[in-house]
Design a binder for this molecule. Structure first.
Ligand code: NI
Length: 471
């Protein structure tokens, strides 16, 4: 008995000690705000030793922005000089994101200088990260980091990093949220931006056009390097991204009021504009012949990929009505469909006839699929198609996005014959048709090229369902 209680005491005290150590560790490493503020004062706290560049002087710079402190760190090592400015906000997650960017930039630079240093020490290297802060409305801030780097005079770099965030919640707002999570908004922006970059005199000759076409392509991530400055939306491009030395690192500035029709309501400018991005401009070719290709029951890890390739070949956009179980087992395909600019629709969780389900089950089928897709692409499906096209009042009342059927059924699921896909469409095609296919059949994937080639010849533009129904 005596022996057992002795072991108990030992156990309890070691558990206690461990807890204290772990707790202390979480406190020190978890909150970067503490690290920064400790290092910026002369207090010789123990925590200061955790900072890798403890010897580098860090001073606080005056900030006129509420909730943002600005710090300036200068390198003490004259062979590896640098100056970086960075903000500390009230939000741990945001601070971590900023810290990661600054630390990465410093480490890359230091490594590059060390690799080059024995070549020519007479030409100095330098890293300079500058910070600009812009306020929009009551509670939004844009942070714009400008990084200039030269390594022994041999290589220079100028690049940007931006963060647009809500000062009340700390939420970072990306281009997708700014433009109302609507792909057709993104496409309008992309088209406009592509043209606008080529307008200034002397630009066209100094731009690599195919590279610019790629950089301005309507993928959300290509529009995330932005700031809102004085009611103006500014896109930043890095040096060498698509333009030569003469142009350097260009920006594109667009008045927010011009973008109002495609902005999410909370970001719209109060200023009224005579001309907006959606008003038709002369000379702009408005294609009146459009169809929407739709693919149901996927995604599938072979046939869907083949279909994506064919769609890209013809620059066609489509809508994929995904079954939840399929989306869950093919996460990378869901992301790929999204990344290539197609629309994603909800097609229930496991393809049941919804008219035979309780309202609770219908809701479950809808929500579970929505959540799987949201977790993969950061957006909920924008349209819904009930399995077998079976819907009733109960279904349409529960679903809060457009419930979309079709106007042409290719019957690809029945024939499973690639040569029968096109004739079916040819016989029924007309403007604004919604064409039903299934991306889980090899025959559909094989027959798609001939369908797209035909539609292109006939002058049809392939758009997403939302685009077709939207305007
Ligand atoms: Ni189906």
């Amino acid at each position: 008995m005596k022996r057992t209680s002795w072991i108990d005491v030992l156990l309890i005290s070691s558990i206690f000690t461990l807890t204290v150590i772990i707790g202390l560790f979480i406190f020190i490493s978890g909150d970067s705000k503490f690290q920064y503020s400790f290092s910026s004062t002369s207090n010789s706290n123990e925590e200061t030793k955790k900072i890798p560049n403890e010897k580098n002087p860090i001073v606080q710079v005056q900030s006129k922005y509420e909730g943002i402190q600005i710090y300036k760190e200068t390198s003490k090592d004259p062979t590896i000089p640098y100056t970086v400015l960075y903000p500390i906000t009230d939000f741990v997650k945001l601070n971590d994101q900023i810290k990661q960017y600054i630390e990465n930039a410093k480490q890359q630079y230091i490594t590059a200088v060390r690799l080059q240093n024995n070549i020519d020490k007479s030409v100095p290297s330098n890293l300079n990260i500058n910070l600009n802060i812009y306020k929009y409305k009551e509670n939004y801030y844009s942070l714009v980091f400008t990084k200039q780097e030269s390594i022994n005079g041999q290589f220079t770099d100028e690049s940007f990093n931006t963060i647009f965030f809500n000062q009340d919640s700390g939420e970072v707002i990306n281009s997708k949220a700014l433009f109302n999570k609507n792909v057709s908004n993104l496409e309008k922006l992309s088209k406009y931006v592509y043209q606008k970059m080529l307008e200034p005199e002397g630009y066209k000759e100094n731009i690599n056009l195919s590279q610019w076409k790629k950089v301005s392509y309507p993928y959300w991530i290509y529009y995330d390097r932005f700031a809102i400055v004085n009611e103006t939306f500014i896109l930043y491009y890095n040096k060498g991204e698509f333009a030569n030395e003469k142009i350097g690192s260009p920006t594109i500035s667009i008045p927010l009021s011009f973008l109002n029709p495609i902005l999410a309501p909370e970001f719209q400018s109060k200023t009224k504009a005579d001309k907006t991005i959606t008003s038709p401009s002369k000379g702009e070719k408005v294609n009146s012949k459009r169809v929407a290709l739709t693919f149901d029951d996927g995604p599938n890890n072979t046939t869907t990929l083949q279909i994506l390739k064919t769609l890209d070949k013809y620059e066609a956009k489509a809508t994929f009505f995904m079954v939840g179980t399929q989306a869950k087992s093919n996460p990378s395909i869901v992301k790929e469909v999204w990344a290539r600019g197609h629309e994603i629709g909800n097609h229930s969780w496991n393809h049941v006839n919804l008219t035979k389900q309780s309202s609770k089950n219908i809701q479950w089928q809808y929500d579970t699929t929505n959540n799987v897709i949201f977790n993969l692409i950061g957006q909920y499906p924008t349209v819904f198609r009930p399995p077998y096209g079976a819907k009733n009042k109960q279904v349409t009342e529960l679903i809060d996005v457009p419930v979309v059927l079709w106007t042409i059924d290719t019957l690809d699921w029945k024939y499973k014959d690639s040569s029968k896909l096109l004739p079916n469409i040819q016989n029924n095609i007309k403007n604004n048709a919604i064409i039903l296919m299934h991306d889980i059949h090899q025959s559909t994937a094989n027959g798609l090229d001939s369908v797209l080639s035909y539609l292109q010849q006939e002058g049809y533009e392939c758009v997403t369902v939302s685009e077709l129904l939207g305007d």
